[in-house]
Ligand binder design. Structure first.
Ligand SMILES: *Cc1c(COP(=O)(O)O)cnc(C)c1O
Length: 346
């Protein structure tokens, strides 16, 4: 039985081209700055994001942590979404390791943070309060693309109030492909950006933290402190170069497959799914908890893996083919048909 793994776009296998590039990569000791493949990857990422420099990191979690501890000092505060990865899903790293307090705010339905609320959350300069230093936005946020005019307003607010702006762009290229603009158009107002190579871009490992030369020098020091200084890391960077040079445009295929999936699932009345709500590579099914876990278990028996506790999440990526979509839709339809039949009997 073929497995269709829709849990996350992190599950992609490295392609033969990636494995070949990894095998042949020229390498050196990156802690000495001597790994040509890492240096090439960092230069490439900086170029694509329009920043002076970039830093290859182990993970997006590490990139976000380095951004927080480089922008902020102990006793400072960052503002982030209640459901933001950097606040909720990274073990509280900025607080645990940096003494940096989060100020979470609810996301608006479109994945943004309300800027009036952000402005209200910025603390006055008074010893009672932490110093609010940093605003973290996530793009895409649960598959949603932040509007460019919103980003311009967020940037203006940060400049006016003396905040730094960090973008957790784990899936930034999904946003860029969706908007049809270069990634640098999205990130031009940011002081730092983290991108993941290991999500839809399909590399086995790695993220990049991008920003000014001075920022990256300081972040590089913190990367060493947290044990993220790698040696012949060019083996990994080589896969990242393949990802950035050949896997960006094809994200459109993942978006098309997610849309196809949503259109099929929209025929299931109980799901109340609007296919137009699917902007990139994620489809969410809001179901009551017990029903969600029954559906997930039923799909698992058929080799279809989905993620989630409350809302189920189905993510398309390069190891999910267009051909797989009807299989998934059919399995979901069968589940709901059976469920409504048995309700009729019961
Ligand atoms: C995946 C992800 C990260 C980083 O995750 P790692 O697994 O540490 O690479 C950060 N932010 C968002 C929004 C993510 O989806």
């Amino acid at each position: 039985m073929k497995t269709i793994d829709l849990r996350s776009d992190t599950v992609t296998q490295p392609t033969p081209a990636m494995r070949a590039a990894m095998a042949q990569a020229p390498v050196g000791d990156d802690v000495y700055g001597e790994d040509p493949s890492v240096n090439r990857l960092e230069a490439l990422a900086a170029e694509m994001l329009g920043t002076e420099a970039a830093l290859f990191t182990v993970s997006g979690t590490q990139s976000n942590l380095l951004a927080a501890i480089t922008h902020c000092e102990r006793g400072d505060e960052y503002i982030a979404g209640q459901e933001a990865h950097c606040y909720r899903f990274e073990g509280g790293g900025a607080a645990a390791l940096g003494g940096i307090q989060p100020q979470p705010l609810d996301f608006v339905a479109n994945g943004t943070l309300d800027l009036a609320e952000v402005a209200r959350a910025i603390k006055p300069d008074d010893p009672h309060f932490p110093r609010t230093r940093l605003l973290c936005l996530e793009n895409t946020q649960a598959g949603k693309v932040l509007p460019l005019d919103y980003l311009a307003r967020a940037h203006a607010l940060c400049r006016e109030r003396g905040l730094r702006l960090h973008m957790d762009g784990a899936r930034l290229f999904n946003a860029a492909v969706k908007l049809g603009v270069p990634a640098r158009t999205i990130t031009c107002g940011c002081d730092s950006v983290s991108i993941c190579l290991s999500k839809g871009l399909g590399a086995p490992v790695g993220s990049l933290l991008c920003g000014s030369r001075d920022f990256v020098v300081r972040a590089r020091r913190w990367r060493k402190v947290v044990g993220g200084g790698m040696r012949q890391a060019g083996i990994l960077a080589a896969a990242g170069i393949v990802a950035l040079t050949t896997h960006v445009e094809r994200l459109a295929e993942d978006h098309a497959n997610a849309r196809l999936l949503a259109e099929g699932l929209a025929e299931i009345e109980e799901l109340g799914l609007d296919p137009a709500s699917v902007q990139t590579n994620m489809v969410f099914l809001s179901l009551e908890k017990e029903r969600a876990s029954l559906l997930a278990a039923c799909l698992r028996e058929q080799g279809i893996l989905v993620a989630g506790r409350d809302a189920l999440r189905l993510v398309t990526h390069r190891d999910v083919a267009a051909d797989d979509i009807p299989t998934v839709v059919r399995a979901c339809k069968d589940f709901f048909a059976r469920a409504s039949n048995s309700e009729g009997v019961g």
